[in-house]
Each structure stands twice: as C-alpha cells, then as structure tokens.
Design a protein around this ligand. Structure first.
Ligand SMILES: [Mg+2]
Length: 406
C-alpha cells in the first residue's frame, strides 16, 4: 500500500542484459540422437531417401546422418545468470552463432526475443531460411527462453500462457511398440525399414512387421509408421492401403519435405480415417503455411530445435490452430514439453525411445542434459516442469568444445 496517495508509480526493475554468447559442440547421443553406437535400433536398416544406393542402405550413419553432432548455445546475462539450449548443428552451427548471430545478442535485453529473432532470421536469409542456419537460430532462441525463465524464476510454460491440462501424455517412437504399450504409452511409432528400391518384397516385409506388432499390441493401441522421407507418392499410397487392414493410425513424413504437391496428393490418396503427418524437417511460419494451405497433412510435427525455436513455434501453432490442425512436435524433450502443455491443439507428445533395445524409458537427451523428466506410465505431470527456464542443466561430465569465439 502506498503511504503517499497520488504519488505512487509502478517501478520496472531494469532487466539484465546479455553480456556473453558461447557456442559449443558435443558428441555422442544427446541432441544428435542419431549419434549412437552400433546395434542401436535407430540405425538398423531404416528406410531413407539414400536407400536407393545399396551402399548407403544398411546404416544412416553410412551417409553421414550424425556428421554434425550437437550444438550447445549459452547466453550469459549481466547478473551472471546463464541460459542454454541444445540442438543439432555442431561446428558449422557454432560458427554461425559466434560469428554472425552474436551481434544481435550482446548488450540486448533477453525479453526482446521478437526483435532478436527477426534480426537473426533476416540477416541470414540470403544463405539461410531452413536447415542448419535455422537450427542455429533455434538454439539461440531456446537459450533466450531458458535465460528469460531463469531471470524471472518461472518455467517456460508459464511464460507461454500456462498449462491447459495437468499432464502430458505420450506415444513412443521406437522399434518395440509392444513394450511401449506395456510401459503405459498411448501408441507406438515404428521406423519403416524398406523403401521403394527394395521393391514388392520390401513392401511385404513392411506390412508383415506392422501385422506382427498389431497382433502383439491388440486392436486399440495406436500404431504408426515413420517413413523418414524415404518414399514416393505411389509407394506411400500402396503402403498406406496395405497397412489399413492392420489399423495404421498415421503415415509419417512419407516423402521429401520439399514435395508439398506430393503430400497433398498422398493426403487425398490414403484410406479414409488414416492420418498423414509431416513437418519434422520443415521450418518457419512460411514453410508450415505451405503445408497447411496446400492441405498436405492432418498433423504437423515441427521440431522446436529445427523450426526456429519457441518464438517461431508460437506462430506456426497459431496458423495450425486456426485451420483445425494438430501440432505434435517432433521429439525434443523439455523444449517441446513446455510448449505442448500450453496448447489445446497439441493434445499429446512424442517420446523418442533412446534405449538401444528399446526396452526401457531413458532420458531422450542423455547424457547431455541433467534433470530431464521422463514419462512414467506414459505420462509426465506438469509439476515435473516446475523449475526456472526449461528446468534442465548441462551435464558437466560431457566434454564441450568451443571451436570459435565472437
Ligand atoms: Mg519422424
């Protein structure tokens, strides 16, 4: 209560400015979830667009899927608070952050994330727009939100408008949906193993695996196929119809992310009731506008570490919401959870099963993050997110390398 009526003024406390930007690389699992040892399900003859070349068919590492590694971005404020984030991008993304993006951060107020994002995107547009550059922008943006949450002592989901439900529920991505069902997940998404180059015999094997999992999981468990951009419209259409009898819930990222026309055709071709999903390798509001306006899919799956960060995901999600489409972000652990729980059009989330089997639930970004919540009985309570920022810390035992400085 003000003692001197009429002379009270609300006071805005000056916010700490960003004083340091650091970009590191790290190897082995974590944000680059493909950077796994031999024998992991995630590199077991999975269908890819490179599978048309027999020498690159057995392993995604053979064509360089893990060549970039992890990017870690740290932003330090003038009061010593450090926000950080991880994504994929490795050394070339570290160069972009240190030598190009840092100029838009040093001396700035971390609450000005809209202007900072705009400057990062348009200053790099002549060589960016998607892919590696937007990965780097995403990491900086996520680090900004982490810093903002730590400075305000609030979890990021509070800053995004608060939770619209009490818990997150998950489907599991991995080679053992039958085990995922026993662990309490609402569905299981299998990697597709055989692409068009393996002909009708490969297609039959794909259908047989789904039929086997359906028999193990019962009629009511969701089963999906992730095709990792490996197919063409004709093959994807034939696969969808062949899998319909086995209750395939959705066919994911069936063709190249550049083929918007193909996705629109596939969506028209699939059996009624089967969903088409895509967007894991799409970026920014403009890319997702194409998917939505061309009616390419039923669910968009932006990766918050690749699509432009939280600042951009807000805009992407609003576009989808107005069109009655669901947003179910790709993987990304806490960086997705804090967003998903604030949106009604994100009713469930993906959990990547990073155990090699995968027969157990392990933290998705292990070993790089500490304090990462994992589903119990397929669910995470919102209260598990109640820590400042994204609520995770870098594991000090994971070696970081800083290849450049600004
Ligand atoms: Mg996918």
């Amino acid at each position: 209560m003000c003692a001197r009526r009429g002379r009270c003024r609300s006071v805005v406390i000056p916010f700490p400015k960003i004083v340091a930007v650091r970009a590191f690389t790290a190897r082995g699992g974590g944000a680059d979830y493909h950077d796994q040892g031999a024998g992991h399900w995630i590199d077991d003859h999975i269908a890819t667009p490179m599978a048309r070349y027999p020498e690159y068919r057995a392993s995604r590492q053979s064509f360089g899927i893990n060549v970039l590694g992890t990017l870690v971005v740290e932003l330090e404020a003038s009061d010593g608070t450090v926000g950080f984030a991880v994504t994929t991008g490795g050394e070339p993304a570290a160069f972009i952050v240190e030598r190009h993006l840092s100029r838009f951060l040093i001396g700035q107020n971390p609450a000005d994330f809209e202007r900072i994002w705009d400057q990062m995107y348009f200053s790099t547009q002549y060589y960016g727009r998607k892919g590696l550059v937007v990965n780097a922008i995403s990491a900086v943006d996520l680090a900004l939100w982490d810093l903002l949450g730590k400075l305000r002592q609030e979890p990021v989901y509070h800053l995004l408008g608060g939770a619209v439900r009490d818990e997150l529920q998950f489907y599991a991505t991995g080679a053992r949906p039958d085990i995922a069902r026993d662990l309490g997940f609402i569905g299981g998404k299998l990697p597709l193993h055989h692409g068009p180059a393996e002909g009708d015999e490969g297609l039959k094997k794909n259908v047989a695996l789904l039929a086997d999992m359906r028999a193990r999981c019962g009629d009511d468990f969701w089963l999906m196929y992730d095709c990792w951009m490996a197919l063409d419209v004709d093959y994807a259409t034939r696969l969808a119809h062949a899998c319909h009898a086995h209750g395939l819930k959705w066919i994911e990222e069936a063709i190249s992310p550049d083929d918007y026309w193909g996705y629109a055709e596939l969506k028209r071709n699939v059996p009624k009731g089967m969903l088409v999903t895509c967007g894991e390798h799409e970026a920014t509001r403009w890319g997702f506008r194409m998917l939505l306006e061309m009616d390419c899919c039923d669910i968009i799956q932006p990766d918050v570490g690749w699509c432009g960060g939280i600042t951009e995901l807000i805009k992407i999600s609003a576009l989808a919401d107005a069109r009655g489409k669901l947003v179910v972000p790709h993987g990304s652990s806490v960086y997705s959870y804090h967003f998903v729980v604030t949106r009604h059009n994100s009713p469930f989330a993906e959990f990547l099963m990073m155990h090699p089997g995968p027969t157990e639930v392990v933290p998705m970004f292990a070993p790089q993050l500490l304090g990462e919540p994992v589903p119990h009985n397929g669910r995470i309570k919102v209260s598990a997110l109640d820590k400042p920022g994204f609520g995770v810390e870098l594991n000090p035992d994971v070696p970081l390398h800083r290849p450049y400085s600004n």
